[in-house]
Design a protein around this ligand. Structure first.
Ligand code: CA
Length: 489
């Protein structure tokens, strides 16, 4: 009898159905990948089998967005849940900029950390380090570790900006103290060749800018001297970041963990490892897309090997839309070979048209997500509120002022995403329902597109629908002036 009671008590304690434990979360944020750059998004010439496998195992969004059409503001919005255009100083940063995310404010990593996640960032940072006049030879703080990450292995800014070194946690990796680093964006430092003065030394010619200090035969934006032993090799950068990402997963496999893997691919300078060079049939830009795909494949393989794939939510997206010529003469335009980086969309990186922010957006979590395709409007800015909900954390009213909880849409359990979205590329445009408003500028009148009939934004219908132009102009003004768009409860 006593045994029967004991068993009954045990049964009463057991949940009716075992819910998956908090999933591990990986965000793979590619750089400058366009809406049409992947096989699963319609590309036929460039091959992306690993990303296609990720898409086939999860939800592929057709209307997923970065929050801005360039790197820094897009990444700021992803990590803070705040539209970058609300805050001054969030435009594309030089490599010696101060950190633009205030330590202590709730961020994607800090909220997940508070929910028991081990948090790590690997790859491109481009959100500033320190508080100004940073000494690259000392402790680099505040940085990722001060805004919620437990560990960091980053490039400080971009591949085309100095300093061309990796930073692990708070220090430059491999720095010889006898060869200190100096960095300036105001004037030349040291006596090394520059792209401007020594174009004969360039292994990659320039189309605009990027003519300062030469590192590995490629001149960059900004000047640096010293730190020779610490300088990266462009050809091995993707492998370096992938290796660090896999090491993080291995170290934190007992979970839950949150990994933000921000690849350098496919930003300029595009310098594939020799095993990818010339392989895509679409030039260097196509080669680095295939290199990116291989990096994703290595991360997915690590999840499989460690038996973590089932309960790991992997989100793949891009920080902004595609660009061909971005300063280096790497053949991106002439070698395109019929590939359409933006797919059916109008615009590029830097643009208020759809291709500026509408990007590949994939979410796979085998234990929870049923594979499919979703037309819900979702944005990377929503990951803060959505993952907070997933991890069971309440967001304080002041946290993530523009981050909406779209978790049901991300999990494919609802067709409803956002009601509206402000797109950003210097100015702002507005999405609501089928409509897209590109406000009037000194260069032209307001444009209105019905994306349900005209996805490529080919013909403005503003003249036919003046009341919609007026209503959306007013809504955009309201969203700007009220300082937040997430309801304050
Ligand atoms: Ca970018």
């Amino acid at each position: 009898m006593r045994i029967v009671c004991f068993l009954a008590a045990l049964l009463a304690l057991a949940p009716a159905q075992a819910a998956p434990a908090k999933p591990n979360i990986i965000i793979i944020l590619a750089d400058d990948i366009g809406y049409g750059d992947l096989g699963c998004m319609g590309a036929t010439r460039v091959k992306t089998p690993n990303l296609d496998r990720l898409a086939a195992g999860g939800i592929r969004f057709t209307d997923g967005h970065a929050a801005s059409a360039t790197c820094t503001p897009s990444r700021y919005a992803l990590l803070t849940g705040e539209y970058a255009w609300r805050k001054k100083g969030t435009n594309i940063l030089p490599g010696d900029a101060a950190l633009i995310i205030e330590p202590g404010r709730p961020t994607l990593p800090s909220v997940l950390k508070s929910a028991g996640y081990a948090t790590g960032v690997v790859g491109k940072w481009h959100l500033g380090l320190g508080t100004g006049n940073l000494d690259w030879n000392g402790e680099l703080k505040p940085g990722p570790l001060e805004i919620g990450f437990d560990s960091a292995f980053i490039m400080p800014a971009t591949g085309d900006r100095v300093p061309c070194v990796y930073v692990e946690d708070r220090h430059v990796v491999g720095l010889d103290p006898k060869d200190p680093i100096q960095v300036s964006y105001a004037k030349k430092v040291g006596d090394e060749p520059t792209g401007k003065d020594n174009p004969e030394l360039l292994t990659m010619k320039l189309t605009k800018g990027h003519d300062m200090t030469l590192v590995n035969g490629i001149s960059r934006i900004g000047w640096m001297s010293g730190g020779k032993a610490a300088r990266w090799t462009d050809e091995t950068m993707a492998d370096t970041f992938t290796k660090k990402a896999v090491e993080f997963i291995e170290k934190r496999k007992d979970g839950p963990f949150f990994l933000y893997l921000a690849t350098h691919d496919i930003h300029v300078p595009r310098v594939p490892h020799p095993r990818f060079a010339g392989k895509s049939g679409c030039g260097t830009r196509g080669d680095v897309i295939q290199q990116l795909d291989a990096s994703v494949g290595d991360v997915l393989a690590a999840l499989d090997r460690l038996k973590l794939a089932e309960n790991t939510l992997v989100v793949f997206s891009s920080d902004n839309g595609p660009v061909l010529d971005d300063g280096y003469a790497d053949g991106a335009v002439k070698d395109l070979n019929g590939h359409a980086p933006a797919g059916p969309l109008r615009g590029t990186k830097y643009s208020l048209y759809e291709a500026g922010t509408r990007v590949p957006f994939l979410a796979r979590w085998p234990a929870r997500i049923k594979p499919g395709v979703s037309d819900a409007l979702v944005c990377q800015i929503d990951l803060l509120a959505s993952f907070a909900a997933l991890a069971g954390r309440d967001l304080a009213p002041e946290a993530g002022p523009d981050s909406l909880n779209v978790l049901p849409a991300l999990l494919g359990e609802s067709k409803e995403g956002r009601d509206h979205l402000v797109e950003h590329a210097g100015g702002q445009s507005l999405r609501k329902g089928p409509w897209k408003l590109v406000p009037k500028t000194p260069r032209g009148p307001a444009e209105l597109f019905d994306l349900s009939r005209d996805l490529g934004e080919t013909k403005s219908v503003a003249a036919e629908h003046p009341e919609i132009v007026t209503g959306m102009t007013e809504l955009l003004e309201k969203l700007r002036s009220q300082g937040r768009s997430r309801p304050a409860r």
